[in-house]
Design a protein. Sequence first.
Length: 375
Amino acid sequence: MNVIIADSKGWFQRRFKQGDYENVTVTFISSSDSLTLDYLENIKPEFIFFVHWNSIVSAAIHEKYKCIVFHVAPLPYGRGGSPIQNLIIRGFKSAPVCALKMTDKLDAGPIYIQEEISLAGQLSDIFGRIYTVSFKMIGEILQSPYLEPIDQVGEPLIFTRLRPEDNNIDFSKGLDYVFDQIRMVDGFDYPKAFIRRGGFKINFSNVSKKGDIIYANALIFADSHKETQGVLSTCENLQFTEVDSCTESHIHELYKLLNHRQHNISHTGTVNYNDHAAFVQSNPYVIWYLIEYDSICIGSVYINDDNSVGIDLYEYREDLLANIISFVVGKHSPLPAIKSKRSGKFFINIPYNDCERQCMMMRIGAKPIQTSFII
């Protein structure tokens, strides 16, 4: 049986191992560019599971294939965007993970199965629970392919997706509310909770609460958006392992990273694994590292022979980028300049449509130098 798991953030794929479901071949999609009828026709999936997805899926797809969406909310209460954050800020301590049929109406389809989870802890903790439950649900659905979903009952309440400005901490609502505001967006590439004081913006993460005291890491930016305080302590223990082109686990980890990308410069669509392995084994870069934190791979970084530096992360954060760049320039020197051919300085290419990462680079002090066009 072939199935597809659509995972735009990559949190499900990072935990999943091929073979976890017996006699099932799982293909992961992380970008809407890959979710086309032509691509699906090649795979012929019996199910498409959307464990985390931020794009509209065309009716042509969800009417032809069994598309199942995972949504955390006591539906029909809580349809719409940012359900975890909207539930936490409303005082919910737990909520069901619902596996529902995809329809033309957002989060309105009948429910196949659901299971309650706790909303305690950091956002990364919550997603860990969602993985455990959704992994189990997928297995149950695969074993019961003719399971009939049940219509939602009750009055719908539609959530609005949080905007970055909504993460401005509101101290007037008490300490517990502040604690929730910080923890509920502390994970992946979610904009951090923040305050503004005296021309500075202060982002908070890694929050804990003991009695009437909140502890959190802070990242401070001046009005010019240049970083004025050290990066988060959680990034100080990054581990860099040189890629061994003959080690299968390295090749596999780099392939997962490649398929997680939402913005690409050198290719579009999904790359064949054998082509990817051949590319890695060709030793294409001057140096290439896998990046780990707490023994978990979080990305890779390489240096090319034109002095370009490529950084590929599951979660892009300014503190991570700053630490990785610091490692590169501290350990390596650019190759000598070649007039009209190679710069004598390291530089990073960012996809034109990845505005968020461009802003991150400028906020940590990098200077934009050019815009490139394909002709």
